[in-house]
Write a protein that binds this ligand. Structure first.
Ligand SMILES: [Zn+2]
Length: 363
């Protein structure tokens, strides 16, 4: 038996032991941190130093995460992912916040250590952003509006997901106003198993930047990503919102969709971020908001005018949903295998084994 195969067999046992014991917590400032180097070893990962200011976590020979001192960004399986607290060095070892470890790293590196997973999705709520009087972002040069594209992509997703056997609920299927809180309520009332809100970004007066980002609701006591910008204020909330009950699975969903969008569009990785989004707050199922392109970009706004590009976006998000469902099924081996899922044609070439960051083209 090869050593790598032995490690695969031992990893779940190591992981279970680590979960029973729980990570040792140390306080840095007002935040609970854990020694990620010790913890990585406890869950069967190797740690490699990259100079004095970064470490690489490896699963066998495969790099899976790169953490940099004082940074709130990491590379996680080739994806740009923002942390809620900066990485710190203490006592000669790298530390990450307990919340980032449990809600960002574990779901993607050792999902079996997370709380029991939800059922693989059968009913999916799709939320086309904006609508009616709310145009969303606009490209004035082209005379195009975000609300038109969100409904178009969402409608394509509905067709694809229904063809794959899912039940789909739309928060709107025409050009009408829908309040943010009502969008979550539509999903909750329908008993949706997951929620995806479709949006397009805008960075006016910048017309050059391209790329995709995926947003999660922040865990309690963690700030939104943008609040760390110059002049931002600490907007952390002390209490959990309903959607925080699914934080680990929000992370898994975000990663699956993020990877598929980057692979399909190849147009820059703006990262997985946190924001206190009203459309996600009250959800009683996992949910994310996807900004797959930038309407203020000359390049992407021209692409958005083409149905081929919008079809590509819809296909990528659906493929990500399919990957997420497959990961949940793998975590529930006792569940029946005959579940719906996007057709293979919508999910070409899973790229989960790579590590190379996909982000450099984002400007
Ligand atoms: Zn929007």
């Amino acid at each position: 038996m090869r050593p790598a195969a032995l490690l695969l067999i031992l990893a779940p046992a190591l992981a279970c032991a680590a979960e029973r014991a729980g990570p040792a917590v140390t306080r840095i400032g007002s935040v609970d941190y854990i020694n990620i180097e010790d913890e990585a070893a406890r869950i069967g990962l190797r740690v490699e130093r990259l100079g004095a200011q970064a470490i690489l976590l490896k699963d066998g020979a495969r790099p899976v995460a790169q953490l940099t001192e004082h940074s709130r960004e990491m590379d996680l399986k080739g994806l740009r992912v923002f942390l809620g607290n900066p990485v710190n060095e203490k006592g000669g070892a790298f530390h990450v916040s307990l919340a980032d470890y449990r809600l960002r790293l574990l779901p993607r590196l050792r999902p079996a250590l997370c709380p029991p997973p939800p059922q693989p999705p059968r009913k999916i709520a799709i939320d086309p952003g904006h609508g009616g009087h709310d145009h969303g972002a606009e490209n004035h040069a082209l005379g195009t509006m975000e609300k038109t594209y969100t409904l178009d992509v969402a409608s394509r997703m509905k067709r694809m997901l229904e063809a794959a056997g899912y039940e789909v609920v739309m928060t709107r299927d025409s050009d009408v106003d829908v309040p943010l809180a009502l969008r979550a309520e539509v999903a909750n009332r329908a008993g949706a198993d997951l929620f995806v809100s479709i949006h397009f970004n805008s960075l006016y007066p910048n017309t050059k930047t391209t790329g995709a980002e995926v947003l999660n609701f922040p865990p309690p006591r963690q700030r939104s990503t943008d609040s760390w910008s110059m002049g931002g204020r600490d907007d952390a909330e002390p209490a959990a919102a309903p959607v925080n009950a699914f934080d680990a699975w929000n992370t898994l969903l975000a990663g699956a969709v993020h990877l598929r969008i980057l692979d399909a569009l190849r147009d820059g990785d703006r990262g997985e971020k946190f924001a206190h989004l009203g459309v996600l707050r009250e959800l009683k199922c996992p949910g994310i908001l996807v900004e797959s392109a930038i309407i203020s970009s000359d390049k992407e706004s021209a692409l958005l005018e083409t149905s081929a590009f919008r079809e590509k976006i819809a296909s990528a998000v659906c493929a990500g949903i399919g990957d997420y469902a497959e990961q949940l099924r793998a975590l529930r081996p006792e569940a029946p295998r005959a579940q719906p899922g996007p057709a293979p044609a919508a999910a070409p070439g899973a790229a989960a084994q790579r590590f190379e960051p996909t982000r450099p083209n984002g400007t």
